[in-house]
Design a protein around this ligand. Sequence first.
Ligand SMILES: Nc1nc2c(ncn2[C@@H]2O[C@H](COP(=O)(O)OP(=O)(O)OP(=O)(O)O)[C@@H](O)[C@H]2O)c(=O)[nH]1
Length: 401
Amino acid sequence: MASPSAPAPSSDAGNKPSQPVAIVCVGMAGSGKTTFMQQINAHLHGKKEPPYVINLDPAVTHAPFESNIDIRDSVNYKEVMKQYNLGPNGGILTSLNLFATKVDQVVDLLEKRTTPDPANPARKPITNIIVDTPGQIEVFVWSASGTILLESLASSFPTVIAYIIDTPRTSSTSTFMSNMLYACSILYKTKLPMILVFNKTDVKDASFAKEWMTDYDAFQAALNEDEMNNAFGGQEGGDGMGSGSGYMGSLLNSMSLMLEEFYTHLSMVAVSSLYGTGIDEFFEAVKEKAEEFKRDYQPELEKRRDEREENKKKARERELDKMMKGMSMGGGSKDVTVGDIMEDDQGLDAISTDESNDDDDDDDDDEEAGDGLQNRYEAAMQEDSVATDASFAKYLFTQQG
Ligand SMILES: Nc1nc2c(ncn2[C@@H]2O[C@H](COP(=O)(O)OP(=O)(O)OP(=O)(O)O)[C@@H](O)[C@H]2O)c(=O)[nH]1
């Protein structure tokens, strides 16, 4: 739930350097997401701008950094697997689903931490929110809970996807293309700006990737070379010149043409999470993509957020209405409210619906009792939501700083 005091991200707010940005790290298992998170976390701490850290990977056994919100504090992944009789992926998915039910409170907490606190002016508002996700990308990106979590985040903050790529494992044309297609599918699914983070460049330089993304001919040359060396395997060709699979070659060829357009929407940085190189460039790219978010993505998201708020308001009104109806008992020409029962204090048998017995004063009393009751319930509902937020913050999440 977007709190009313929270700053609604607006295009002019983009010029303020302190506007918080959410960076969601996504990548295949072993690509180095956690190590990258650790590196950007350390980088921001070094700049005296500690980020707000969220871990959404319920299965991680050891995280080398402290999280402000950790899914493992609210959902026991192993217990979920046991209780629901699930395998590892089902367990992660269900844990995310359970966690997604609390997303409003998560966003509330984030909004509080990213705005100045009048009660504590010395506390600096957070300017970066960094999020680690499960290595099973599809479980996060293609699940309803992943969508809810991302959309909720993006409805309050400029949000950028950092897609972490294992560079040494992406150096052949076929693995490169597979990875790019995956990135493409994430971009179109999340509709959020994306940075390709070529990680592990201490092992393999990422200049080949940059060249392939910007120069179609260079990729074609590499493709021909791979074909000649039979790098794709397969049985086709057989012309004695190491032709490899003709099918694979032409498929990659067509895909590379299609991806040319996709590359224009991306930023690309080369980093080594192990040694901390390229991190400054990464944050430059984040700045650029955050601007892009405000310019291109925000209008659509704001529309969706307004719709959601409106729906929420309607649902609340419906609930209140239902509750009030449930508490009034119809009969005769006039509804009798619980106020009648409370006033008479004689139980249901004492309720009279006979208007002829009521004088004008009674009518006024009835109205007042009804209104008072409605007001009290409205107030109670609001108090309840505040209490839920507070207790949620208290016992579900680990609050650091
Ligand atoms: N050489 C080198 N190794 C790295 C780098 N980044 C990560 N690694 C190694 O890659 C392995 C996987 O790194 P993680 O950070 O655990 O990867 P992950 O994507 O979080 O893995 P999952 O949690 O399984 O999804 C570890 O052995 C890291 O030490 C890097 O920049 N260079």
